[in-house]
Ligand binder design. Structure first.
Ligand code: ZN
Length: 438
């Protein structure tokens, strides 16, 4: 009878072959030889060194082999084998005696959706101190992958499900987004008890994690002039603040007038929780570090004029209803299109006339690159909120041929640099009579 046998196997990664199962090696003393296993059958059977692996118990359900995963501990594996053998002996004896052993009640399996909820709960736990962006990333992955896979249990997930998900991402986003989400998805699959290394073959993995490391992009003087020329006063101020503070997308959206100190000539960025229009609005800085950003003269002018237009607003760059503007990226894309700056060739241009060459983040790299032309590197690091040079270096693009008027926007009144070159008139605050406030 086939189901009378239980065998101890080893499952391990063999260089050049991938994951293989083979008989575990039990020595003359009755002990399991650690990290070794048999490969092949009959005359071809040979001992191989296979340290990367774990033990497996094989038994039969009728003629079907069943495997139970064990840890990579030889003596523990041997104990498990003995236990399984005596259990089997007992069952067979009982069967011969005509006694039917009641089947154990099946353990309730956890569904993929349940794993998803638990995974996110864990990621949100305060002790992990993950920043909002990381938590958002995991949330997006669980919310996208679980329904798309169509699987109820994690055990049913296949490599094809992962590929399909990545293909969907490729349709909508850049390589970088796909690569990042794929890598984090592996973390989630691992949490579900799967082994991404075994689930996804090496060549597929290589393709899915690959993305082009793009050179830092900064906006040129020509682009900035053209972009600002098509803006109404609100968007003009929005992009000028982005260009002259290097603030992140959500920092721009949440900037409060309270944080703009005209007297000290500085913006004091910090996290907050405020009650506004019957709502609690919370804002947290990345890495929770407050920082001050100096007000350059043109930025100061821009903000003073904006304040005059919106004397009672709470948010500096808020919406008409004075709430955080969550559509800054969209506004930038549409102004770039209006200014005739779309490249016309990228995926974004082809799909929605939203060019990949325009992103709120590029104001941040432009700020770092141009500000460095006229300021001490330590000050630029402070303004950017960077504590090390490596992080700042990631933002520095080639600003060698930057026109003097652009670099001079980053000169504080107490420094001495001057230029004869004229600033393009479109950089000044647009005429109110011509363009209505958004
Ligand atoms: Zn484009």
């Amino acid at each position: 009878m086939a189901n009378e046998r239980v065998t101890l196997l080893r499952s391990a990664k063999i260089p050049g072959l991938g994951w293989r199962r083979g008989q575990a090696i039990v020595g003359k003393t009755g002990k399991v030889k650690p990290d070794f296993m048999f490969l092949g059958r009959g005359k071809k059977k040979k001992e191989v060194h296979a340290p990367e692996g774990h033990y497996v118990l094989r038994y039969f359900d009728g003629r079907l082999p069943r495997y139970k995963k064990l840890a990579n501990d030889p003596s523990e594996a041997l104990d498990e084998l003995q236990r399984a053998k005596s259990e089997l002996k007992f069952k067979n004896a009982a069967k011969t005696a005509g006694y039917i052993i009641p089947a154990p009640t099946p353990v309730k399996r956890k569904s993929l959706a349940e794993y998803g909820r638990e995974f996110l709960e864990q990621k949100r736990s305060p002790s992990l101190k993950l920043d909002e962006d990381t938590i958002k990333l995991y949330t997006v992955i669980v919310e996208e992958f679980v329904p798309l896979s169509g699987r109820t249990y994690p055990e049913d997930i296949t490599e094809a499900d992962v590929i399909r998900y990545c293909d969907e991402l490729d349709k909508r986003y850049s390589d970088g987004v796909r690569a990042r989400r794929y890598t984090s998805l592996r973390g989630f699959l691992f949490y579900c008890g799967l082994e991404p290394k075994r689930l996804i073959t090496a060549s597929v993995h290589k393709r899915l994690k690959r993305h082009e490391k793009k050179k830092v992009r900064i906006y040129s003087g020509v682009e900035l002039t053209a972009l600002l020329a098509v803006c109404d006063p609100y968007h003009h101020a929005l992009f000028m603040v982005a260009l002259l503070t290097g603030m992140r997308d959500d920092e721009l959206a949440h900037l409060l007038w309270q944080q703009v100190d005209f007297e000290a000539n500085v913006i004091r960025l910090a996290g907050y929780e405020i009650q506004h229009k019957g709502k609690t609005i919370r804002f947290e800085l990345k890495d929770r570090e407050a920082r001050d950003i100096s007000l350059f003269p043109l930025l100061r002018d821009e903000l003073m004029r904006l304040r005059a237009l919106r004397p009672k607003a709470v948010f500096v760059l808020g919406t008409k209803n004075d709430l955080p503007n969550v559509k800054i990226l969209y506004a930038l894309k549409s102004k770039a299109r209006k200014a005739g700056l779309n490249c016309g060739f990228c995926r974004g241009c082809a799909a929605r006339m939203e060019c990949h060459r325009f992103h709120v983040h590029y104001f941040r790299s432009s700020f770092a690159s141009y500000a460095l032309k006229r300021n001490d590197i330590r000050r630029v690091m402070e303004w950017m909120g960077h504590s090390d040079l490596e992080t700042l270096a990631q933002y520095i693009g080639a600003a060698d041929h930057c026109p003097a008027w652009l670099a001079n926007l980053y000169v504080l009144p107490d420094s001495s640099s001057k230029s004869e070159e004229a600033m393009p008139s479109s950089l000044g605050f647009p005429e109110l009579s011509k363009k209505p406030l958004k």
